[in-house]
Write a protein that binds this ligand. Structure first.
Ligand code: C5P
Length: 233
């Protein structure tokens, strides 16, 4: 398998072409950004953790029948994935109030929600990923009604699978963000599932074991990422 030219470089990942037009290589970097790029840093070994954790999660979701872009792990920091057209929408699930929802609605972080909250954001750095709803998504042509329904159904299913899985690792899945892409006309799960994109708290101590350690300068950032991978393995 040959790594061809770099097609795209994002904040946390690089994407390279392969001889197969339907597949690309994702390389996970240690670069970390927060608050829409305002805070920048490096979390040593983050790329390794995020690559391997995403692979574990995608493999499990595949066995549970959730279509996703993962093909196989290539190295510590690289995976082969299906080449999708990413929809410009971030899908957020919240089981416990935290982060922007706690702030926006004046709720104490850690408040257990009576039911699951699903939010959509428009993926746009200049605008700071503003909150949108299904009407915006359809009206702006980001996805069709059918695609939105499929995304919602998959996202709730993924939440049930992940909540249960993380609990077996003594982790609470507080919230997380997913991205979906179009592959051969179908909506499939893409991007990553990692401590960058999930809030994960220790079940016994509520210790934060995710990117909030970096965002909020809580210390032991690298250790938290490595602890998550250790528990998942
Ligand atoms: O910041 P906020 O509370 O809205 O984040 C909700 C969840 O989505 C968190 O798990 C966070 O890590 C994730 N997220 C993300 N990428 C973004 C925004 C949020 O992975 N651009």
């Amino acid at each position: 398998l040959e790594k061809l030219e770099m097609l795209y470089e994002g904040k946390a990942k690089k994407v390279y072409g392969t001889q197969n037009v339907d597949q690309v290589i994702v390389e996970y970097k240690d670069d970390a950004t927060a608050f829409n790029g305002e805070k920048k840093g490096t979390i040593e070994t983050k790329g390794i953790v995020n690559n391997q954790m995403s692979a574990i999660i995608f493999e499990m979701l595949t066995t549970m029948g959730i279509e996703n872009h993962f093909v196989k792990l290539l190295s510590e920091r690289e995976m082969l994935v299906k080449s999708v057209k990413i929809l410009p929408v971030e899908v957020i699930i919240r089981n416990i109030a935290a982060g922007s929802m706690a702030k926006r609605l004046g709720i104490e972080e850690g408040h257990v929600l009576k039911s699951t909250v699903l939010e959509f954001c428009y993926k746009n750095d200049e605008l700071g990923d503003p909150l949108i709803n299904e009407y915006h998504i359809e009206a702006l042509g980001f996805a069709t009604k059918e695609e939105i329904e499929s995304i919602k159904a998959m996202t709730f299913q993924i939440n049930e699978i992940l909540k249960e899985f993380f609990l077996t690792k003594d982790l609470k899945l507080v919230d997380f963000k997913l991205e979906f892409g179009l592959y051969k006309g179908m909506v499939i799960l893409a991007d990553e599932v990692s401590p960058d994109t999930c809030r994960l708290w220790d079940v016994h101590t509520n210790e934060k074991l995710d990117k909030d350690r970096f965002r909020r300068d809580l210390g032991n950032v690298k250790e938290a990422y490595e602890e998550i991978l250790r528990r998942l393995k």
